[in-house]
Design a protein around this ligand. Sequence first.
Ligand code: AMP
Ligand code: TRP
Length: 326
Amino acid sequence: MARVFSGIKPTGDVHLGNLLGALNNWVTLQDQADSVYCVVDLHALTVPHDPEALRADTLSLAQVLFAVGLDPERCTVFVQSHVHEHTECAWIMECTAAFGELRRMTQFKDKSESASFVSGGLFTYPALQSSDILLYDTDQVPVGEDQRQHVELTRDIAIRFNHRFGETFVVPEAVIPPTGARVMDLQNPTSKMSKSDESPQGTVRVLDDPAVIEKKVKRSVTDSDSEVRFDPAEKPGVSNLLSILGAATGQTPAAAAEGIERYGDLKTATAEALIEMLRPIQVRYAELAADPAETARLLAVGADKAREVASATVGRAKTNMGLLPA
Ligand code: AMP
Ligand code: TRP
């Protein structure tokens, strides 16, 4: 079975884009591959953060992952900082990656340009990400397009290390989901839906109350004529609603448009479908949130499973590159 690894940062609230673009796919993959999923809290340290918020977001994200259907019996779910091999191997990655390679990463350029404080960790972020991926002998990394460059760097690091020190790491590849899974902002349908603090009214959070979801969908930006048809170039707002409605009801966006004549009806149908889709997730989330000890237990099981693989890999890397056994 192929090994799949992916990670998600515990920053801000999980939204519909995360769910439809990434997490639903993770749930599917847990039965098709040997899947390992990580809440990458160490990556969240690369930018200024609030300690209490990070702790709360990490716990809550883990609970969302279980609530959307990741099953600790069928996959591995853990928190990055619980498996210290990630930071240990990150140093090996930093010393294998070239400075020039790291300097070319567009995410670093984007994030450092406007920041008032740029940490060293923001620069070496992709080395930690390479460590995440290579520790698990990963074949496939499901990520969004914006992460392709980091996975390419990971491949280059693995190939270089294997070439210098002998076969050590599996060379992974990125698996980018079809563009259909891109969810756009409800207020600004030509931009991707993203963290809610940037556009609170345009972002549907997975944990939003039904009344809030209804309000956000009803107030979403549509297009100037009044025809309901799927045409992302000409009608970005309506097409986004059709994509969301389709995803929530298991149809193509064009099929979702059948029988809907008016914008008002499209919004009602979309809000109802979203509320239905999110209801069971929110119910499971509430159960988990009421029992943090159970989440801690599940995460400990995940970390134990992860550590077993990660410690073998980092041990192999240390030996092969000439570190003296303790
Ligand atoms: P982020 O919230 O940017 O950390 O992304 C976490 C995961 O969700 C990544 O795999 C992204 O590709 C995916 N994702 C984020 N926003 C969207 C969106 N608007 N549409 C589809 N996928 C998204
Ligand atoms: N950098 C990724 C993001 O911003 C998150 C991430 C960290 C990740 N480690 C990973 C994704 C390993 C895939 C594999 O979305």
